[in-house]
Write a protein that binds this ligand. Structure first.
Ligand code: DCP
Ligand code: MG
Ligand code: MN
Length: 339
């Protein structure tokens, strides 16, 4: 889902990236595959997309940081048209499971279970009984719309409809569009929205999310709810659902509200991408910190499984810059956060 600037020299890199995307997709739909190599394909696609010279061989690609021997071999296979390795995995079973995994709310285990139960198509999921949850049924019903990515303009329009409704409820809200859109991507899989409110006047955004959803349901911008907050009055709450610009396709919408003090950490989290977040969090851990969507913490103690046993103390959270500062790394603009 990343921007591609159309430079012809990058054309081949983009094609290679798409091959890795496919490989990632096919493997992701299978069970018992090495998670590490699956992520490797996802990473490789990202690396190729931000390489600014044309890659013409595996050996040459090998010199790029992050491209190891086995990825280089894959690149040669792609370039030489020896797609066997990639495609012998591309069985009907793998493809069907991958298709099911694209249904909202269906993970790879359930996708495989659906296949074992005899489901072979989205049509099967629509017409036969497989014990789908309400959310999964919405995913099936809107399958064609939800698998397609929306152009940047449409993402902006949908956000503007939501932003207008929000600031009509409280003019002091901070509301931003996040995810792939903020990273500058040409297309987005959903609209990610972050909301908070400056507490200088001692007021908060408590109650806003509930009113916002009500307004948007009434005016038809929001059409389906997939997951609602446990408690609407919490300052930190997540809402997931579906909406559309009038007459447009149905699109996934994620809304996250967070306490004002967590704004910077939440910006980093919700801007992503997920691979960038994983590496930034790992880096923080190596420096003795712990980073999450709320803030950067010091003094976190973990057990041998890596689970936190002591929450620690928050040392930075209000702005992205102060978090990067404490970690001792230069702030990176969102469009450079797609490793
Ligand atoms: N995120 C994360 N880890 C996850 C899922 C999400 O850190 N497992 C963060 C980083 C993502 C952001 O949340 O960039 C938004 O999640 P999306 O799934 O909406 O992903 P994107 O917006 O990046 O891409 P897309 O255009 O596919 O929605
Ligand atoms: Mg998104
Ligand atoms: Mn999202």
């Amino acid at each position: 889902g990343q921007a591609h600037d159309g430079d012809p020299k990058k054309g081949l890199n983009e094609w290679l990236a798409v091959q890795f995307d496919k490989l990632h997709h096919v493997y992701e739909g299978q069970q018992g595959k090495n998670e590490f190599s699956i992520r490797g394909y996802q990473r490789a696609a990202g690396i190729l997309r931000r390489t600014d010279f044309a890659i013409t061989s595996g050996a040459q690609a090998r010199k790029i940081k992050g491209i190891g021997e086995s990825l280089a071999q894959r690149i040669d296979e792609f370039l030489e048209g020896r797609l066997g390795r990639a495609y012998y995995e591309d069985t009907v079973e793998a493809r069907t499971i991958a298709t099911f995994k694209d249904v909202y709310g269906v993970g790879k285990n359930f996708a495989a279970e659906l296949y074992r139960k005899g489901a072979r198509s989205i049509e099967d999921l629509k017409t036969k009984e497989y014990g789908l949850t309400t959310g999964q049924r919405v995913g099936v019903e809107l399958y064609d719309d939800l698998i397609s990515r929306m152009p940047r303009d449409e993402c902006r329009q949908l956000f503007e409809l939501i932003r207008c409704a929000a600031v009509a409820i409280d003019a002091n809200l901070w509301i931003e569009i996040m995810g792939s859109y903020r990273r500058g991507a040409e297309t987005s899989g959903d609209v990610d929205i972050l909301i908070t409110r400056d507490t200088a006047d001692r007021l908060t955004h408590a109650g806003v999310l509930k009113r916002l959803i009500q307004t948007l349901r009434t005016n038809g911008v929001i059409t389906h709810e997939l997951s609602t907050p446990h408690n609407y009055s919490d300052l930190e709450a997540k809402w997931m659902g579906v909406g559309r610009v009038p007459g447009g396709k149905y699109r996934r919408i994620d809304i996250l509200t967070i306490p004002f003090e967590n704004w910077g950490a939440a910006l980093i989290y919700f801007t992503g991408n997920a691979v960038f977040n994983r590496s930034l969090r790992l880096y923080a851990r190596k420096q003795g910190y712990s980073l999450n969507q709320r803030g950067l913490f010091r003094g976190v103690i973990r057990d041998r499984k890596g689970n936190k046993t002591t929450a620690g103390e928050m040392v930075a959270s209000r702005t992205e810059e102060e978090i990067f500062d404490v970690l001792g790394i230069r702030w990176r603009p969102p469009h450079q956060r797609c490793p």
